[in-house]
Design a protein around this ligand. Sequence first.
Ligand SMILES: N[C@@H](CCC(=O)N[C@@H](CS)C(=O)NCC(=O)O)C(=O)O
Length: 196
Amino acid sequence: MKLYLNATSPYARVVRIALLEKQLEDICTLVWVDPWASPDVLLAVNPGAKVPVLEISPHLAVSETLLILDYLEAHYPAIALYPDRAQTLHWLGLGQGLIDAAFATVISRKHETESASSLLSQRRLQAIERLLAALDQDLPAPADHSITISHIMVTVALDYLAFRLPDIQWQPQYPALAQWYHEILARESFCQTTFS
Ligand SMILES: N[C@@H](CCC(=O)N[C@@H](CS)C(=O)NCC(=O)O)C(=O)O
């Protein structure tokens, strides 16, 4: 297998951590690309020019983070990341929503596609605020030695906020969520995949 990724993508980091936690890193080659440059090697596996993409075999590649995770879980179930599926999907949706809102905010700021006071910007920031409050109220159960895909998605989302949107000062407001985040962040799979 090959994973196409870049080092600042929260979506790609989720997949990479899932591969590490499932102990699949030895059977997956990392292919580093800049999706914004639309390199031919990426377009060949994903005409949409986005990372992550998991190339399973020549002419067979899966794009979209949740679909890649679904493939990995179905084909490599030995270390399971979806223990209680309904509950896991509940938190997974909150984490993916947080990444989507944060990533769209970063991109619109970077490319100045809209002003900070625009309706869409405001709605995204409000969504981030509400998602943080919801997660603080209802955290995925603490990870012991095992970890679930919800822990991965939510922690990557929170770390992406710290990396790209440090002006959103959520940690003093939500100390329980902050403690939970720092505990998971200390795992080897997160240390090996820091944003850079
Ligand atoms: N819905 C996709 C989003 C992936 C995505 O937006 N990736 C970004 C990097 S974080 C990208 O490749 N952007 C390049 C582009 O939009 O042209 C997923 O869940 O995997």
